[in-house]
Design a protein around this ligand. Structure first.
Ligand code: NAD
Ligand code: DAU
Length: 334
């Protein structure tokens, strides 16, 4: 099979490309990525010279390029997105361009080319905010609260419409919060690990009691493989590993793992519109596609912290340059 993977130089996309090629030695991947601030070719340095992986720099909203690339593709996996909630609060525009327009351009080209399957990688954030009880199921109404999640919900609806109206064999996945190697250090876990390693403060939003449901990135990649193989067109599959933690719990785990003092924790002004709790019911993908998470939280978090300790050079390079300007804008006045 020949796959078009978009956003394959980002956090989840790069883990997916490596994981997928390990398990499918006869398949090839065209990796289309614009290399925005968080796209990093170094994430796939180990695939240099591997003919099964072809990198193309470009925008998923570029109609001509996408039509050209789509011609001999069997399957699309769409990771490309603006993915950070805080950035979407500072400037929603790129989120509309990539997440909404870009997805529509991909869908249209996939329909025209007659691709065999279109896997759209979405997020549990489209369901909005959960109260203290209950779980998101695939039938939970969409109620996004940030420009990021609103743009992802819009893209999900376009995927649904292309399936219903044009018969595009499209599947939507909605996963909970990922952690693991190569995550851009603007997201909670890599930001806090790398700040703690540098003895810098860890900026906890609000009271630190917001809850996220954490999944190791390779478990997400394994779930996507199951969807590629057996996912039914027109369906939505939630993906989660039943690992709810408050942000305070995550922070204390990181500090304990690194042997750093809790005095590094700093409470800062809350994120506007901050969702209180996410939690995923993943029974559908478990029963229908036979997927189950394989990486227990405690062990995979330990491994993740160790990866950032062992790969200081990777994140120090990422943290230099343009990232710093953003950091000042984001945290300077908090
Ligand atoms: P990321 O920000 O690390 O990577 C996004 C990638 O997309 C980058 O390589 C970037 O260069 C590329 N990109 C951005 N705009 C592009 C464009 N116009 N054309 C081509 N490439 C472009 O994101 P991530 O955390 O790896 O998330 C990947 C996908 O998974 C996103 O769609 C996100 O919504 C979804 N998701 C993420 C999580 C999570 O916890 N990180 C959870 C569930 C779903
Ligand atoms: O749920 C899936 C989503 O998870 C994905 O769709 C998004 O792409 C991904 O970014 C992530 O969104 P979150 O907003 O949940 O992740 P983030 O790492 O930004 O924040 C996690 C929690 O930590 C959230 O409650 C906000 C809090 N936080 C975050 C940062 C960056 C802090 O307290 N301090 C911080 O500096």
């Amino acid at each position: 099979m020949k796959l078009l993977v978009t956003g394959g130089c980002g956090f989840i996309g790069s883990n997916f490309v490596r994981h997928y090629l390990e398990g499918h030695p006869d398949d090839t991947i065209v990796n289309l990525d614009l290399l925005t601030y968080c796209g990093n070719l170094e994430n796939l340095r180990d695939l240099e010279g591997d003919e099964r992986h072809r990198f193309v720099r470009g925008d998923i909203a570029d109609r001509e390029l996408i039509a050209e690339l789509m011609r001999d593709i069997d399957l699309v996996v769409n990771f490309a997105a603006e993915s950070h909630v805080d950035r979407s609060i500072l400037d929603p525009s790129p989120f509309i361009h990539t997440n909404v327009l870009g997805t529509q351009v991909l869908l249209h080209a996939a329909k025209e080319a007659g691709v065999g399957k279109f896997v759209h990688v979405s997020t549990d954030e489209v369901y909005g905010d959960l109260g203290p009880e209950g779980y998101f199921t695939e039938t939970t109404p969409l109620a996004p609260n940030s420009p990021y999640s609103a743009s992802k919900a819009a893209s999900d609806l376009l995927v649904r419409a292309y399936h219903r109206t044009f018969g595009l064999p499209a599947v939507i996945t909605r996963c909970s919060n990922n952690y693991g190697p190569y995550q851009f250090p603007e997201k909670l876990i890599p930001l806090f690990i790398t700040n703690a390693m540098a003895d810098e403060s860890l900026p906890i939003y609000g009271d630190g009691l917001n809850v996220r449901d954490w999944i190791y990135v390779i478990d997400h990649c394994r779930a996507l493989e199951a969807v590629i193989d057996r996912g039914r067109p027109g369906e939505v599959y939630n993906i989660g590993a039943d690992s709810e933690r408050t942000n305070m719990e995550i922070t204390k785990t990181i500090l304990a793992e690194l042997g750093k003092p809790e005095s590094l924790m700093t409470f800062v002004k809350d994120r506007p519109g901050h969702d209180r709790r996410y939690a995923i019911d993943s029974s559908k993908i478990q029963s229908e596609l036979g997927w189950q998470p394989a990486f227990p939280f405690a062990q995979a978090m330990k491994q993740t912290v160790a990866w950032y300790v062992e790969n200081r050079e990777w994140w120090q390079r990422v943290k230099s340059g343009a990232y710093r300007d953003y950091y000042e804008e984001q945290y300077g006045c908090r």
